[in-house]
Design a protein around this ligand. Structure first.
Ligand code: R5P
Length: 294
C-alpha cells in the first residue's frame, strides 16, 4: 500500500503533526532560514516515502512570506509525488476575491494559478472567506467548516439563554449553521465598511431580542478587530448579557484582542488554523476527514 506523507510548513507545524498522527501518515518537517534581504530558504528534513503527499501551511502574516514558503514546499513535494494535496488552514488573500473598486487586482485568482503551477493537485481550505473565492481555482478545492468544532467548545460552557449573532449580513449563513449545531437562534447585524479606509460601522439601529441574553458573535476571521469591536459596543448598548466571540481565523493584528476585550468581550475562541493565545479549537480531525474523502 502506498504511504501518505505530511510535509509541515513552519506556519502550521503543530497542526500538520496532529494531522499526520490522525492520518497515521509519515511526517516531514521543514526548516526556514530567512536571508538578510528577506528571502526564505526552505529545506525539508527528510525525503518523503513514495505515495501521496499532503503539504500543510497557513498563509497568515507575514502573508507574502508564508505564501512563497507554501509554494516552495508544494514544488518540492511535486518532485516526489504526482499527488500533492495542499491544506491551507487559513488562506490569506481570500478576501480579494472580486474587483470591489475599478482597477483593483483580484489577487486571489493569481494565487490560485500559482498553486496549480507549483504542482498542487488538490487544495483543502478551512472556512474560506467566500464561496466565490473558490471559483478562481482550476484544480479541485474543498472548503471545510470549523463551525461544528467551535460549537462543541461552546457547548461545554455555561451561557445564559445564548443567542448567536453575525456582525454582518454576509456572515448570516455561518451564524445560522452555528445556531443550528448549538440548538439556539441567531440574528445578523447590518455593517458598512468604507472600501477606501477599511473603517466599519454598524447600521442596525436597535434590537429588542438581545436584552439580558449572552451572545456569541460568530465570524470567519478577526483581523483588526474593528467589526467585532463595533458590533460589541452596539450590542452592549442594547443591554445584552455577556459577549463571547467564536471565529475560525484569529489574526488579531495590532493587539486586536486587547481592543476587543476593552469593548466588553468576555472571551475570544478561535481555531488553530492560526496558532495563538485564543486558538483552543483543533481542526486536525475535520482536516483528516477531508483529506481521506478528497
Ligand atoms: C468581513 O466580511 C469578514 O467576515 C470579517 O468580519 C472581517 O474581515 C474582519 O476584519 P476586521 O477584524 O478588520 O474588522
Amino acid at each position: 500500500m502506498s504511504k501518505t506523507t505530511v510535509i509541515g510548513g513552519k506556519a502550521s507545524e503543530d497542526l500538520a503533526r496532529k494531522l499526520a498522527r490522525k492520518l497515521k501518515a509519515g511526517f516531514v518537517s521543514s526548516e526556514v532560514r530567512v536571508f538578510p534581504d528577506g528571502e526564505s530558504k526552505i529545506t525539508i528534513s527528510n525525503v518523503p516515502k513514495k505515495g501521496r503527499i499532503i503539504v500543510v501551511n497557513s498563509i497568515y502574516p507575514p502573508v507574502d512570506t508564508n505564501l512563497v514558503q507554501t509554494l516552495a514546499l508544494i514544488s518540492k513535494a511535486r518532485q516526489f509525488s504526482s499527488s500533492v494535496t495542499v491544506v491551507i488552514p487559513y488562506l490569506g488573500y481570500a478576501r480579494q476575491d472580486r474587483e470591489f473598486l475599478p482597477g483593483e487586482v483580484v489577487t486571489l485568482s493569481v494565487i490560485a494559478k500559482l498553486f496549480k503551477a507549483a504542482g498542487a493537485s488538490k487544495v483543502i481550505v478551512v472556512d474560506i472567506h467566500s464561496s466565490m473565492g473558490m471559483r478562481h481555482f482550476q484544480i479541485p478545492i474543498k472548503n471545510v467548516s470549523a463551525v461544528p468544532e467551535l460549537v462543541s467548545y461552546f457547548k461545554k460552557m455555561r451561557l445564559a439563554n445564548p443567542l448567536v449573532v453575525s456582525p454582518d449580513l454576509g456572515g448570516a449563513k455561518r451564524a445560522e449553521e452555528f445556531a443550528r449545531f448549538y440548538g439556539t437562534d441567531y440574528i445578523a447585524l447590518k455593517k458598512r465598511r468604507d472600501r477606501r479606509n477599511g473603517k466599519v460601522e454598524i447600521i442596525t439601529t436597535d434590537l429588542d431580542n438581545v436584552r439580558g441574553r449572552d451572545l456569541v458573535l460568530v465570524d470567519d476571521m478577526i483581523s483588526t478587530g474593528g467589526s467585532i469591536v463595533k458590533a460589541t459596543e452596539f450590542l452592549k448598548r442594547q443591554k445584552c448579557g455577556k459577549v463571547f466571540v467564536a471565529c475560525t481565523h484569529a489574526l488579531l493584528i495590532d493587539c486586536a484582542d486587547k481592543k476587543i476585550r476593552r469593548a466588553g468581550v468576555s472571551q475570544i475562541v478561535s481555531a488553530n488554523t492560526i496558532p495563538g493565545s485564543t486558538s483552543s479549537v483543533d481542526v486536525s480531525g475535520i482536516l483528516a476527514k477531508a483529506v481521506l474523502n478528497a
